[in-house]
Design a protein around this ligand. Structure first.
Ligand SMILES: *Cc1c(COP(=O)(O)O)cnc(C)c1O
Length: 386
């Protein structure tokens, strides 16, 4: 491949991805280069509850740093198995309503490690078409047969289960809250289906943990299905404001993964400071449901302001996408909004299907009500002008 040519072509098609170094300020503000030092409102962060700068997380993080140093020094199956990991795993398992949990370096690594540990060549994976790239990569690594069903369409899934379930192991993988559409998986019906067809069910709660459920245990908690989900995956990098990820499941399953998940076995344990922050976050989300109420009051405020100017958004959650369709138009609107102080991402193929480029607004507790209302009216104007 001629790399220079490829880059030029991507740029021509408005598909070239580029990094933008930013400086984060309080109240969801960002300073981005090329905007004359102007402050932009950050509508693309997954720090939904604003925990990344919470004093308790920062204090706990410093405490663990002072106690145990910067790095774990080894993989956990060597000499790197710090006691603090077990403490966090116990509390995360409780949060997710499971017997046990296992930490991974990140959500990407969790999905890439767990799926190939569960299924192989003679097995089949049923995956929602809109699943995250890390799930797809885990599926590829497993070499299992991959069967994709239409997004959130359980009739389609059932039809495929009848045809393709086979005699081997079968794994169904979904997200409980989809990051690009902000919509939810019909989990109660799905657990019935997986029980009927005797499949394993893995639910990725990357965007739901901390945000949904009475204790912040995610949509599996809210729907009361935690005990019927075989593997609950989540990350500390989004609503929990830290870094790293976990799988929560039965004790047997966790013992199995310790022996089989290669991204766990062959990777250094997470740094103590990160564990401190994750532990602080896990405790705060259980203790302070008002954080979720506050977030959803802001989501409602933003959606009401959009509705007032005739814009309907997809999705019943803190992720508020506005469908545009054409990639170039989406990019153009996102750029124009940046010029007016709104930082939102234009999500384009291959992240989403062809012809469904969109602007994705994620609402965090950092954003103030006035800012949300002002943003909505700027969005309306930018759409009209484009
Ligand atoms: C962000 C995300 C991941 C990856 O988690 P990281 O901890 O950021 O690596 C996995 N699955 C889904 C659905 C995600 O949105």
């Amino acid at each position: 491949m001629d790399i220079r040519n490829w880059l030029t072509e991507q740029k021509k098609k408005d598909l070239l991805r580029q990094l933008t170094p930013v400086k984060r300020l309080p109240q969801g503000q960002l300073v981005v280069p090329g905007h004359a030092g102007r402050r932009l409102l950050d509508f693309s962060s997954n720090d939904y509850l604003g925990l990344s700068c919470h004093p308790e997380l920062m204090a706990q993080s410093r405490h663990f740093l002072d106690m145990a140093g910067c790095g774990a020094g080894a993989a956990r199956l060597m000499s790197g198995d710090l006691a603090m990991y077990h403490q966090l795993e116990t509390e995360v398992a409780e949060l997710k309503g499971q017997e046990a949990a296992l930490l991974f370096g990140s959500g990407y690594l969790a999905n890439c490690g767990v799926i190939p540990a569960l299924v192989g060549r003679n097995d089949v994976i049923f995956t929602d078409r809109l699943n995250h790239a890390s799930i797809y990569d885990g599926c590829s690594l497993s070499r299992a047969k991959l069967v994709r069903f239409h997004h959130n369409d359980l009739n389609h899934l059932e039809e495929l289960l009848h045809k393709q379930r086979g005699k081997g192991e079968a794994l169904i993988v979904v997200e409980s809250l989809y990051s690009m559409d902000g919509d939810r998986c019909p989990l109660r019906d799905l657990v019935q289906l997986k029980e009927r067809f005797n499949c394993l069910l893995m639910v990725d709660e990357a965007h739901a943990t901390g945000v949904f459920g009475k204790n912040g245990g995610g949509i599996i908690e809210e729907e009361g299905v935690a005990g019927r989900v075989d593997l609950a995956m989540g990350t500390f990098g989004k609503a929990l404001g830290s870094y790293g990820a976990y799988i929560a499941s039965t004790k047997n399953m966790i013992d199995f993964l310790i022996n089989r998940a290669r991204t766990f076995i062959f990777s250094t344990g997470l740094p103590p400071a990160v564990i401190g922050a994750s532990l602080g976050a896990t405790r705060i989300i259980r203790r302070e449901p008002e954080l979720r109420r506050d977030l959803f009051a802001k989501v409602d405020c933003f959606k009401a302001a959009l509705a007032e100017i005739g814009l309907t958004s997809l999705g019943p959650s803190q992720i508020v996408p506005i469908m545009i369709g054409d990639s170039s138009r989406a990019l153009h609107i996102a750029q124009s909004l940046r010029g007016q102080g709104i930082f939102a991402t234009a999500v384009r193929p291959p992240t989403v299907p062809e012809g469904t480029a969109r602007l994705r607004f994620s609402i965090t507790r950092h954003l103030e009500r006035e800012a949300l209302q002002k943003a909505a009216s700027l969005i309306g104007a930018a759409l009209q002008a484009s």
